[in-house]
Design a protein around this ligand. Structure first.
Ligand SMILES: *Cc1c(COP(=O)(O)O)cnc(C)c1O
Length: 428
């Protein structure tokens, strides 16, 4: 593969953008080498600035669940753009997408749109604190909830890749209100609650962790969290920025049959435009300004282009009765195929998967939390990443990321990917 133009564009970018990128993981620091500059994308494929074609397993980190440049979404944006791109006034389409989202997701009555997953989680926590009149929050090591201060404490993916789980600039005062728990360890959560009686406003969790590779919740872990929250007047926040509208119409709440008090969205809900959202029952949502005391706002929130893309995306997911089954089948096919060739080549590995989220960990033991994810062999991952890239397969440039399967992937693409894994495995 040639990276001539990508490499030149990266040098140029580095002069005017810190590290040459607008989001750290894109810089390839976790794997070394030159980040690839994409020119355009269609369906399952990326076309880069050097003329290479790549099968894409990142899909913009989740949003492009149907593939790139999906026509109904693109057309909705084009038509909307002709009529003005922002007003700072209410528009009908905001109600349309809100109605659709509320109809698809269980246990929510109202939803507020913001511009990113970060904003959604940050606002959800403020709302939980305002509503419960308590200050502390519980988050799990390795879970990522965006880059707002309260969450930059063992935050997974980007932060884990770089080995700086606590960012300078986050004050001691903020950090002391964030309690860290171990994913999949209910006793650990119980102990935290016991030593902070009546101080915890919320527990925020990725119901399927996706930012330390993919890690499923153990049997009944989420149900047990629900029970603990009910017993201690704590709100349970599901950060479904990754899982929402991906694992099922109703996300993880539907898949695991567990009710969350507040749900955060991002990624898929925006169809590839910058959108986030948070939602809950009336009682909680009515605590927000302008009718409640908790302040939250956004000049571009509910932006017409973003709402048009999101509405087109959710409409597709809502009307295609087979979509989540198809995604599950494709991902399961990939899972089995990769496991076989990795085993055939005696490569030590663990594959974790839930629905269309999947990750390969080069670890011997089961990967169930941040520590076991961190035990994976990073050198093997780097070699695997670059080997796959040479074969025309683009996976996330970090061992702590999930692969996102898009419906645009054909079985031919999956077979090509499995034979690439077979080829690369021989040199690991
Ligand atoms: C991506 C992600 C976020 C942050 O969303 P941004 O749009 O990048 O701000 C929050 N939570 C989870 C679970 C995510 O995967």
């Amino acid at each position: 593969m040639i990276y001539k133009r990508s490499s030149a564009l990266f040098s140029e970018a580095e002069r005017v953008i810190p590290g040459g990128v607008n989001s750290p993981v894109r810089a390839f620091k976790g794997v070394g080498g030159t980040p690839i500059f994409v020119k355009e994308a269609k369906g399952a494929y990326l076309f880069d600035e050097d003329g290479n074609t790549l099968i894409d397993y990142i899909n913009s980190w989740g949003p492009m669940i149907l593939g790139h440049a999906y026509e109904p979404v693109v057309n909705a944006v084009i038509e909307k753009a002709k009529k003005g791109t922002s007003f700072g006034m209410p528009t009908e389409i905001e109600t349309k997408i809100a109605e659709l989202a509320v109809s698809m997701v269980p246990h929510i009555d109202k939803i507020r749109f913001v511009n990113s997953g970060t904003e959604a989680c940050m606002s959800a926590v403020r709302l939980a604190r305002g509503f419960t009149k308590k200050d502390k929050i519980v988050k799990f090591s390795g879970c990522y909830h965006g880059h707002s201060d309260s969450f930059l404490i063992q935050a997974g993916s980007g932060a884990s890749t770089f080995g700086v789980p606590n960012s300078p600039g986050v004050t001691q005062g903020t950090a002391k209100d964030t309690l860290l728990a171990k994913y999949n360890d209910i006793e650990n959560v119980k102990a935290l609650i016991a030593s902070n009686t009546d101080e915890i406003a919320c527990i925020i969790i990725e119901p399927v962790a996706g930012n330390m590779g993919c890690i499923p919740p153990k049997d009944d872990f989420l149900k047990k969290l629900r029970t603990l929250c009910d017993a201690h007047n704590i709100l349970l926040i599901f950060d479904e920025v990754m899982t929402g509208f991906r694992l099922a119409k109703g996300g993880a709440q539907e898949l695991f049959d567990v009710k969350a008090d507040i749900v955060c969205f991002g990624k898929v809900i925006g169809g590839g435009l910058p959108v986030g959202a948070f939602a809950a029952r009336h009682e909680i949502m009515d605590y927000l300004a302008p009718i409640g005391p908790v302040y939250q706002a956004g000049t571009l929130s509910g932006n017409p282009l973003a709402m048009a893309a999101g509405l087109a995306m959710l409409t597709e997911l809502n009307t295609d009765a087979e979509i989540f089954n198809r995604l599950e089948e494709k991902t399961s096919y990939l899972h089995k195929g990769m496991a076989k060739v990795l085993n055939d080549n005696n490569v030590v590995h663990t594959i974790n998967r839930v629905g269309s989220m999947i990750s390969v960990h080069f670890a011997e033991d089961a990967v169930i939390d941040f520590d076991t994810a961190a035990n994976g062999n990073n050198d093997t991952f780097k070699a695997f990443f670059h080997g796959m890239l040479q074969q025309g397969i683009y996976i996330a440039p970090s061992a702590f990321e999930t692969w996102f399967i898009a419906d645009a992937l054909s079985y031919k693409d999956l077979d090509k990917t499995i034979s690439a894994v077979n080829h690369v495995a021989k040199s690991l």
